[in-house]
Design a protein around this ligand. Structure first.
Ligand SMILES: [Zn+2]
Length: 300
């Protein structure tokens, strides 16, 4: 309406049909632009902290940054001198990969996943969700006992940029505390849900001494695109120093994992944990304050 009111009256009179159409286009444009603006600049304080519960796979599916978006964001931050401890990939000269499994532990799938990893003698990094850790602490104990790395994927798996600072900090601290309750020690490796972060998340990551871990390859297994699709996407994109994002709790991933591991091993890839990769890159220094790897805990 505002656009219409600033037009001179003579402009409105000659052709009512054109003006009505213009008005319609204006209204549609304003509505679309408003919706876009709201989507891009969410109001932190007015949002419920429970926007993306883990139990809503559709919401989860829409929230992931692609590897290309992560790369573009990193370049933008470099250009603007925004630096913080972050691992986005390993050494491109080394034929090694970090296999990461997010969102567990899961009462049905975690043990099946661990059995496959054991069969192929592959160590992975599990980015666990605190509320799941509190429900199934023994599964996290088993992950550590079998030589895998456990890292922080927050407590509730919420979209961090939408939260007030105090809640972002709680998400990280409570996630770390849940891991500590389960295995007796905690971690300084952290992955934001969906890979989403902003300047507040960066500031808190730095203040709490975390290393943010992202990924180079995301075959989107969470969306259940079909086992063959997950495997094809993974194999065609994999590169030296890659960090592969998969999920604990997806049957299709379990279906292709043995074949995928066999093929990657045949191609000569070695599997390392994210801590090993970050240490090799100099992001975590030996004996430094940033990482406190959890010791192996014996199962009862
Ligand atoms: Zn996640």
């Amino acid at each position: 309406m505002n656009n219409l009111s600033i037009l001179p009256k003579s402009h409105l009179m000659p052709n009512i049909r054109v003006s009505s159409f213009s008005l319609f286009v204006c209204i549609v444009s304003i509505v679309c632009l408003s919706a876009l603006a709201m989507a891009q600049t969410p109001e932190k304080k007015q949002q419920s902290p429970f926007l993306l519960p883990l139990t809503n796979p559709k919401a989860r599916e829409q929230s992931y940054l692609s590897a290309l978006e992560i790369l573009a964001k990193r370049e933008f931050e470099r250009e603007h001198n925004i630096h913080f401890p972050r691992l986005t990939r390993g050494n491109p000269k080394r034929k090694e990969l970090a296999l990461t499994f997010d969102d567990g532990p899961h009462p049905i799938y975690t043990q099946k996943l661990l059995a496959i990893l054991k069969q192929f003698n592959v160590k992975a990094t599990f980015f666990v969700v605190g509320m799941m850790v509190d429900k199934y602490p023994d599964l996290v104990g088993q992950e550590v006992a079998e030589g895998h790395e456990v890292a922080n994927h927050t407590y509730h798996h919420l979209r961090l940029p939408l939260l007030p600072d105090v809640n972002i900090e709680e998400e990280l601290s409570n996630g770390a505390n849940a891991i500590e309750r389960a295995v007796g020690s905690s971690t300084r490796l952290f992955r934001p849900p969906g890979g989403e972060y902003d300047n507040d998340v960066i500031a808190i990551t730095k203040r709490l001494g975390y290393v943010m871990v992202l990924w180079t390859d995301d075959p989107a297994d969470f969306a259940n695109p079909g086992s063959a699709v997950i495997e094809k996407r993974t194999l065609q994109n994999i590169t030296n120093g890659g960090i592969l994002l998969l999920h604990d709790g997806v049957q299709q991933t379990l279906d292709i994992l043995p074949d995928l591991l066999m093929r990657l091993k045949k191609q000569g890839y070695k599997f390392v944990t994210c801590s090993q990769m970050a240490t090799e890159r100099g992001i975590i220094t030996t004996g430094g304050p940033r990482i406190d790897p959890p010791p192996a805990k014996k199962l009862p």
